[in-house]
Design a binder for this molecule. Structure first.
Ligand code: AMP
Ligand code: MG
Length: 444
């Protein structure tokens, strides 16, 4: 670790508190790599770092994605350094000619590069240990370290991370692009370093997510507006819709686990309850299938599925969860009509007269699979997933869902929008929600 007072060198000292800095330190992220701009690789490093920095208590203000081009790297990192106190750069630290991040950022900060013998011997030892012999000349580029930089050990790969400091006191960390290496260095080296340096100014935020399904975002927003909630400066809320439903994310300032934070989130959640009760489900991992599994389990019930348009999606999602054999017995993918007849006992006359996508067939599938599997609940689903196969009476997106519980059958028709995969995803979700609501109406 260097102790040079020069601009650019890593000083490692605590940041001046109140010395003109805003109260909550700002962070920015620069992801480097041509593959990110070609759309070949998703910038998961950028999102991961954003999450980590936010969780530490930084306000992440912007992210850049730039190619392996010195001018672009310089521009991106330069802008980042001028807007944030912490800049995390990921990618382009390796030994190949397209790895340009290190010399470019060093140049930007006016720092010379010098061979670090300790890093070099580490690289050589690693190379030999893996049976590759003598370290090639090009790989020595990874041992060239900017003056005064702090070397961040990479226990999962070769190129180490580096912590630098700009003249303005901004911390700039350079991390490899390989996700496992980037994450390891961040957790082991960067997070402790940032915590120590910014300790008193970090302000973590705590989130709580309320999962809903079966109501579009606009209608849910209307339900919430009807509550006329009193203004609460301590908690903010965001609507996060996707194919499976709408998540409500509550955010409060303060560490998760702080009694005050918990209390603020509890209060907000309680006020929301009348608007969300009919649509919400509770799940650790955010999956309705988990919630449904628990509802079945505590009622000693079992489920079997008969799926046509969803092709086994419900069975897949139910069995994604460990321990699901306690309540999920199995399913039939009954795609062709003869299979609906032979394996589920659907009457060929129904198929002929009502069509495969009909209330009658969905109900026969649900009760047929429940009876044949000896399950207390059976779900049947049949629909037109598209893109072809729609008619005027049964357009693409028409899905019949049926539920058979203890001999009683309920069913409903849905019209879903979107391409084939959306119809299937929405169909599976709606079928599971139908059963969950039914179970919730009965005592455990
Ligand atoms: P690099 O350190 O730039 O040589 O990157 C090595 C590998 O890490 C690339 O081939 C990508 O597979 C992966 N990678 C690089 N940058 C990112 C990123 N921002 N997000 C996810 N993966 C990445
Ligand atoms: Mg690269």
């Amino acid at each position: 670790m260097g102790g040079s007072p020069r601009a650019g060198a890593w000083r490692g000292a605590a940041a001046p508190v109140g010395g003109g800095f805003p109260p909550h330190p700002r962070a920015a992220i620069v992801s480097v790599g041509d593959e990110l701009l070609l759309g070949e690789t998703v910038d998961t490093n950028g999102t991961w770092l954003a999450r980590q920095l936010s969780d530490l208590g930084f306000r992440v203000v912007r992210r850049w994605v730039v190619g392996d081009v010195p001018g672009e790297i310089r521009k991106g990192v330069g802008e980042a350094l001028s807007t944030a106190e912490v800049v995390a750069v990921t990618g382009g630290l390796g030994p190949t000619p397209d790895d340009l991040t290190l010399p470019t950022v060093a140049g930007l900060l006016g720092l010379g590069l010098a061979l670090d013998t300790e890093v070099l011997s580490g690289l050589e030892a690693r190379f030999q240990a893996r049976g590759f012999g003598v370290l090639p000349e090009e790989a020595k580029a990874m041992a060239r370290v900017p003056e005064g930089a702090r070397v961040l050990a990479n226990t999962r790969g070769s190129a180490p991370g580096l912590a630098l400091e700009s003249g303005g006191g901004t911390v700039c960390v350079l991390l490899p692009g390989v996700p496992a290496e980037m994450k390891g260095i961040f957790r082991d080296e960067v997070a402790p370093l940032l915590r120590a340096r910014f300790s008193s100014r970090l302000e973590p935020v705590s989130h709580r997510v309320i999962h809903t399904t079966g109501i579009p975002e606009s209608l849910l927003a209307r339900e919430v507006a009807r509550l006329e909630l009193p203004a609460d400066p301590t908690v903010s809320m965001a609507f996060l819709p996707d194919l499976r439903g709408v998540r409500l994310r509550l955010t409060a300032r303060g560490r998760p686990g702080d009694p005050g934070v918990q209390e603020a989130l509890d209060r907000f959640e309680e006020r929301l309850e009348p608007a969300v009760a009919r649509f919400r489900y509770r799940s650790q991992v955010g999956d309705l299938a988990e919630s449904l599994g628990q509802a079945l389990l505590i009622r000693n019930q079992t489920l079997a599925t008969a799926e046509s348009c969803t092709g086994g999606l419900i069975a897949k999602r139910m069995t994604d969860h460990p321990g699901s054999s306690r309540y999920f017995l199995g399913g039939v993918v009954a795609y062709a009509n003869p299979v609906k007849e032979a394996l589920l006992g659907v009457d060929p006359v129904l198929l002929e007269e009502k069509g495969a996508v009909s209330r009658e067939v969905a109900e026969a599938m649900a009760s047929g699979v429940a009876a044949r599997f000896g399950a207390s609940a059976g779900l049947g689903i049949t629909g037109v997933a598209g893109p072809g196969g729609g008619t005027e009476l049964k357009p693409v997106g028409t899905v019949w869902i049926a539920l058979s519980v203890g001999g009683a059958v309920v069913s409903r028709r849905e019209f879903f929008t979107g391409p084939r995969e959306d119809v299937r995803e929405r169909g599976a979700q709606a079928a599971m929600a139908l059963l969950l609501r039914e179970l919730e109406g009965t005592e455990p």
